[in-house]
Design a binder for this molecule. Structure first.
Ligand SMILES: [Fe+2]
Length: 317
């Protein structure tokens, strides 16, 4: 087994990073950009092997209101290299959501990434690891949002700019986080305007750099003018699970008319809320059918924008 205290993934770990982990943004150096797992050949193979239920490919189109809207597409019969060629020149982003299913080497990498953190941060125990490989066109951006689990962003190829905003008002409200966790967040619940940037941290990420930010911190991302390959990892800890359960229960209480339920980190009320959240989740009371996606374009390296329209069809992912 690999030695994880000296590890080969984290490249510039310092003793003081341990106490900052999860509490403040950490920008660290890593070695993923030197791994052959992210060569064109390996990525092309991964694209070819990705099951339809394990990838998203998106582009943008102007809607009738003049706003850009996200479209969902497919790779069709293209080779992986042809898909990469289209991404290089188009306005496309690809999420390969479960690369370890197509190639177990990515699962081993994910396990090693968290093993290295756990070997360095005393008491850290993480679980429910998920990784996604993002392959995106020059200048693609990801709008202002927050995520439910613990998050890391690892830059492998190209450059991107990341803005991080504290998990507090005016950047985000507790009610917005509750809705996010209940799966009921709408754009209006977490509005972005440029004045928020005054309180943001801005980081340019180049290959071999990664960011980990505290739970639920809003962020937005913009690619520089180049193809980007990045990896996101998600995880839970027992503290993140408690926070999730308390937000979940508070979201239910708020819907039931309680105006501003307290946010406990631990203790009997946190336990009671964990039980409430668990009971409601397991009862299936809030289970909603997931809405099918409308697939209306195919990646096409011959098309000027890298995509062409196809007759729309519905797909449940
Ligand atoms: Fe995110």
């Amino acid at each position: 087994m690999r030695e994880t205290t000296t590890g080969t993934i984290l490249a510039d770990w310092q003793a003081d990073h341990a106490e900052k982990f999860g509490r403040e943004p950490l920008k660290l150096k890593h070695t993923l950009h030197r791994s052959e797992l992210f060569s064109d050949d390996r990525l092309a193979r991964l694209i070819e092997r990705a099951d339809r239920s394990h990838y998203h490919v998106n582009t943008r189109a102007k809607g009738p209101d003049g706003k850009k809207r996200r479209r969902e597409g497919e790779f069709g019969k293209l080779t992986g290299m042809e898909v990469l060629e289209a991404v290089r020149k188009g306005d496309i982003w690809i999420n390969l959501r479960a690369p370890q299913i197509a190639d177990p080497a990515y699962g081993e990498l994910l396990r090693d990434m968290y093993r290295e953190f756990e070997a360095r941060v005393p008491g850290l125990q993480t679980f429910k690891h998920i990784t996604t490989i993002l392959i995106s066109s020059p200048n693609v951006y990801v709008p202002y949002h927050a995520d439910v689990p613990g998050q890391m962003l690892w830059q492998v190829r190209g450059k991107k700019r990341v803005w991080l905003y504290p998990n507090e008002e005016p950047y985000v409200t507790r009610s917005a986080i509750e809705k996010l966790i209940l799966g009921e967040l709408h754009e209006v619940d977490m509005p972005y305007d440029e004045t928020l940037d005054a309180g943001a941290q801005m980081h340019d990420l180049k290959p071999g750099e990664m960011l980990h930010w505290p739970l639920n911190w809003p962020h937005r991302v913009e690619n520089h003018d180049c193809l980007n390959v990045s990896v996101t990892t998600e995880h839970y800890t027992s503290a993140i699970r408690t926070s999730y359960a308390v937000h979940y229960a508070n979201g239910l209480l708020r819907k039931a008319g309680i105006s501003n339920p307290a946010k406990q980190e631990a203790g009997p009320m946190a336990l009671a809320k964990t039980a409430l959240a668990g009971a409601v989740k397991f009862s299936g009371l809030r289970k909603k059918a997931s809405k099918p996606y409308t697939i209306d374009f195919a990646v096409d390296p011959q098309a000027p924008s890298g995509v062409r329209d196809i007759p729309p069809y519905a797909l449940s992912l």
